[in-house]
Design a protein around this ligand. Structure first.
Ligand code: TEU
Ligand code: CA
Length: 531
């Protein structure tokens, strides 16, 4: 049976990092009622779904990716009633809610782990991975060994991420049942989808030294997500993204997930996390094109994104976030969000947010970048180390949303938010953006409106034109009735010739004349082609 993705193609997902979106009660931390107060904002922008990063009860050692109760809301974010109000209000406005599902690890404060660590005979002991001595030399993603000693049982437990995030033992069928029940709890509440955190980690193979993508991965995903009651639930996995794994998880013949994030193009412009690398937008284009072709060939649902809470701003790295910030931000939006797939826009992207520069370590919070900092301290010059974390810290995209140019940026009434505002928030905020002759926000709104109006931009096929031409991306979206041409010129001015002409639908620099002709740096335009 062919999978029905048709509804998925109408989605435009707005990702929210709840602590940094909008504070409703003046404690300096964003919360659920803050999100509720901005539903109209999200709707006006043109999104019709929200992915909420984890709001479950959590000690917050990794900002909620360490869950201590999957069936409760963290008091910092509000109550279950607040959540229900948000869900109902969102649905009333036609906005779906996608929850973050964190199942590779729990918090070390989760009741399962409290029990598990107490004795070897406790019924929950088997919910986690234990060993008398570390089974291998795996490093935790956030620094140090991945094995932590537990005195009560005289054993080590595995944590792929922070010490406070013990990995759950998915080989135990009880664990899988627990997660099914947790999913059903939220489905019964009415949520519309799940974004599955590091899902490929749930199957490991210690013998083969596999930290992820172990031999039972697909069996587990199928068991948990292939169930009948989840047929209409949208799922997107954070998992390995080789062609082979994506086919194995989302292929037409697989009963696992609807989609998986593809991150390859986000590696452009860097070596590892903290070192910039030479790059051109053509590199991004080539990766995107090959994935458009691959997903078309196998009838897979593709996810379109450039930003999320785990990466510094894409526009700061591969675009121009200084004198051509507007041009570059809107060009990237056009390059990516008119392709075939589901757009995922991350809070702040719609105002052209940019990386920060801080010279004091106290401006950082991210467990990952702090782990890196303390591992490198003394080995690298302090200035160089700060430069690296300014470039690579996940804090860049986690800073409070700047709604206006006031001292507290319309985010909170507290004098200080939980994490300092981005260092350029006086210049880059929603109010300032909307005042300008050109506005990144209005461009995004118009772009999403165009996607909504034109069936062909959602379901039509992708075809690249002039693939050999450098410093620009030219493509068509077409079906039997419609044909749309997208022209994105990249870094340098150039003249483009040989394109079909048509009626202009969208342009970031008030383009005069047709599709052919001279394009300014980062100028882009979209045309309806007469057939
Ligand atoms: O991220 C997992 C992931 O693969 C990375 O992007 C991660 O940020 C880390 O840098 C690996 O080097 C997910 C969440 O999105 C992230 O916020 C969590 O910290 C992580 O899982 C653990 O739950
Ligand atoms: Ca708050």
């Amino acid at each position: 049976m062919k999978k029905e993705f048709s509804d998925c193609y109408d989605l435009v997902v707005y990702q929210i990092y709840p602590r940094s979106f909008k504070d409703s009660n003046g404690d300096g931390i964003g919360d659920l009622l803050g999100v509720l107060s901005k539903l109209d904002y999200i709707k006006e922008l043109g999104a019709n779904a929200i992915w909420l990063c984890p709001v479950f009860k959590s000690p917050q050692c990794d900002n909620g990716y360490d869950v201590s109760d999957y069936r409760d809301i963290d008091p910092m974010y509000g109550t279950m009633e607040d959540f229900e109000r948000l869900l109902a209000a969102a649905h009333e406005k036609g906005i779906k809610i996608i929850m973050d599902f964190v199942a590779n690890h729990t918090s070390s404060e989760h009741e399962w782990f409290r029990q598990a660590r107490s004795s070897k005979t406790n019924p929950y002991h088997d919910y986690y991975y234990w060993a008398d001595t570390p089974l291998n030399d795996w490093r935790a993603e956030f620094g140090g060994s991945a094995w932590e000693f537990n005195a009560a049982t005289n054993e080590y437990y595995l944590h792929s991420f922070a010490v406070g995030q013990p990995d759950v033992n998915w080989t135990n069928p009880k664990v899988r049942d627990e997660f099914k029940e947790i999913i059903d709890f939220w489905v019964e509440k009415g949520v519309d989808g799940f974004r599955c955190d590091v899902l490929d980690h749930v199957s490991k193979d210690f013998e083969k030294d596999l930290r992820r993508n172990g031999p039972h991965l697909h069996e587990y995903i199928n068991e948990v997500f292939g169930r009948e009651n989840l047929k209409n639930i949208y799922t997107v996995g954070e998992a390995e993204t080789t062609e082979e794994s994506i086919l194995a998880t989302c292929g037409q013949d697989r009963n696992e997930l609807k989609s998986v994030f593809q991150f390859s193009h986000l590696a452009v412009g860097r070596i590892g996390r903290y070192t910039p690398a030479p790059h051109r937008l053509d590199d991004v284009k080539n990766i995107l094109t090959s994935w458009q072709d691959f997903t078309a060939k196998h009838d897979l649902l593709y996810v379109l994104l450039t930003d999320n809470h785990d990466r510094p701003w894409f526009n700061s790295r591969v675009g121009n976030d200084r004198e051509l910030r507007y041009e570059s931000a809107t060009n990237i939006a056009t390059t990516v969000f008119l392709l075939k797939g589901i757009p995922f826009i991350y809070e702040g992207q719609e105002i052209g947010a940019a990386n920060s520069v801080f010279s004091d370590l106290s401006a950082f919070n991210d467990v990952e970048c702090l782990g890196y900092y303390f591992e490198q301290k003394g080995k690298i010059l302090e200035d160089k180390l700060l430069e690296e974390i300014n470039f690579g810290s996940r804090d860049n995209t986690r800073r409070p949303f700047a709604w206006d140019g006031s001292a507290t940026h319309g985010f909170t009434t507290a004098s200080a938010p939980w994490l300092p505002y981005a260092s350029r928030s006086d210049e880059i905020n929603l109010e300032a953006d909307l005042k300008g002759k050109h506005s990144v926000w209005r461009y995004y709104r118009d772009l999403f409106a165009l996607r909504r109006d034109r069936e062909v931009l959602r379901r039509g096929e992708f075809r690249q034109l002039f693939p050999e031409r450098e410093n620009c991306f030219i493509y068509l979206r077409e079906n039997e009735n419609e044909k749309i041409l997208v022209v994105c010129n990249f870094e340098n001015e150039q003249t483009v010739e040989g394109l079909p002409e048509g009626k202009m639908l969208l342009s970031n620099l008030d383009r005069l004349g047709g599709a052919n002709g001279k394009y300014a740096p980062y100028e882009c335009a979209v045309y309806e082609i007469w057939k």
